[in-house]
Design a protein around this ligand. Structure first.
Ligand code: ATP
Length: 366
């Protein structure tokens, strides 16, 4: 096992015109599972490849425990990588595929390799497939083989690059649980890259959120969900996404109102809220999650705002109610709150659920 440290890690491409990873600082504790998440092109894969030794940093360092491995060749690093496309050799059997890494990285005899692979295959429930070729396997089986091959090498660090993207939703859920179980069982430090925020929320001990090559926030999934540091993280983490409205705050220091006259939003904050937050007379972006919006089917006029229902999507456990606020504004309502398209409804925000972001920088203000 190893603690992995990324120290001001930077990767530029095309003579510095592309900054794929922008001075990233991140520490993954011994045995910890950290998920790196962000939109396409934010630098996730490049970061992972630098940890694996497959990409040379422009500057900065990668350390395993206290050892600087920045100059250490990929083959010499105690890491195993699992990819989206499985990276299995098509002409080799499952046994040969799983044994190949051991042949390259250890001095085990053939018998020892067979024994280790059989043991891993039993653990992964793929012992009946050892004589098959990858072509004969389903996507889930291929990924189990790739995982088994990675574990067989007894790495200190596990690196996952979107390993579940090619699997269907049900299998993905199953494999998520399986990967976490294996990681904990073997106590291997893991770095897991995904663009899927839901996967990130369910998998990591901590999440590291990247955007545009820059680290935005690191924290436990619930911390990040509840206290996003900026508008980007707030909008990226959570499904369906947080709703945003431009607002202005009018305050005299002891009372305050949040307003947006275009959408008819007027929201008086409580004295306690005003006392606890250094609000200014300024523009902000208000954020509220769909699950924190209450729909009142028979409005009294005392609600935060009035709106028209555009579409209602039942999802079984709840209803998604799309409202005519800005382009779209989504409320997640319990099954018994089911207005119809065209209905005029009241919309209530509770002040403990709102987020206010600086209108210019997007930083979370409170
Ligand atoms: P995705 O989820 O789409 O794989 P990512 O977050 O993994 O995206 P990277 O693949 O790390 O992102 O790419 C980050 C940026 O660096 C992108 O703008 C990409 O086009 C660029 N990039 C990556 N590899 C190279 C390369 N070899 N040469 C030039 N630019 C590159």
């Amino acid at each position: 096992m190893a603690r992995v440290t990324l120290d001001t890690l930077r990767k530029e491409f095309d003579r510095g015109t592309i900054v794929a990873v922008d001075d990233l600082d991140l520490e993954i504790e011994d045995g910890e599972f950290v998920t790196v998440v962000g939109p396409s092109g934010c630098g996730k894969t490049t970061t992972l490849r630098m940890v694996a030794g497959l990409e040379e940093p422009t500057s900065g360092a990668v350390r395993f425990d206290d050892e600087d491995v920045t100059e250490v060749h990929a083959k010499e690093r105690p890491v195993a990588m699992v990819f989206q496309n499985y990276a299995l050799y098509p002409h080799k059997t499952v046994m040969e595929n799983m044994a190949f890494g051991l042949k390259m990285s250890t001095d085990m005899t053939e018998d020892e390799r067979r024994e280790r692979v059989t043991e891993m295959a039993e653990m992964m429930g793929i012992e009946d497939l050892l004589d098959d070729k990858p072509d004969e396997l389903s996507g889930g089986q291929k990924q189990r083989v790739a995982l088994g091959r990675a574990i067989a090498r007894e790495p200190e660090v596990f690196l996952f690059d979107e390993p579940l993207s090619n699997l269907d939703a049900k299998l993905r859920t199953e494999m998520r649980a399986e990967i976490q179980k294996l990681q904990k069982e073997f106590g291997v430090t893991a770095m897991y890259v995904t663009h899927d925020q839901e996967e990130a929320m369910t998998m990591g001990d901590r999440l590291a959120i990247l955007n545009d090559g820059k680290l935005q926030q690191v924290g436990k999934p619930t911390e990040v969900y509840e206290n996003p540091v900026n508008e980007f993280v707030a909008g990226f983490i959570g499904s369906p996404s947080m709703n945003f409205v431009d607002v202005t705050v009018e305050t005299d220091g002891s009372s305050a109102t949040i307003r947006n006259d275009d959408v008819g939003l007027a929201f008086e904050l409580s004295d306690e809220y005003v006392a606890g937050h250094a609000l200014e007379n300024a523009p902000y972006t208000l954020g509220i999650r769909p699950e924190n919006i209450r729909i009142v089917e028979e409005p009294t006029g005392d609600e935060t705002l009035a709106s028209t229902v555009e579409v209602v999507e039942p999802i079984g456990s709840d209803n998604y109610v799309h409202l005519a606020v800005n382009d779209d504004f989504l409320a997640r309502s319990p099954p018994d709150v089911k207005p119809e398209a065209g209905d005029e409804v009241g919309v209530v925000f509770e002040e403990e659920s709102i987020h206010l972001f600086d209108a210019e920088t997007g930083e979370d203000v409170f």
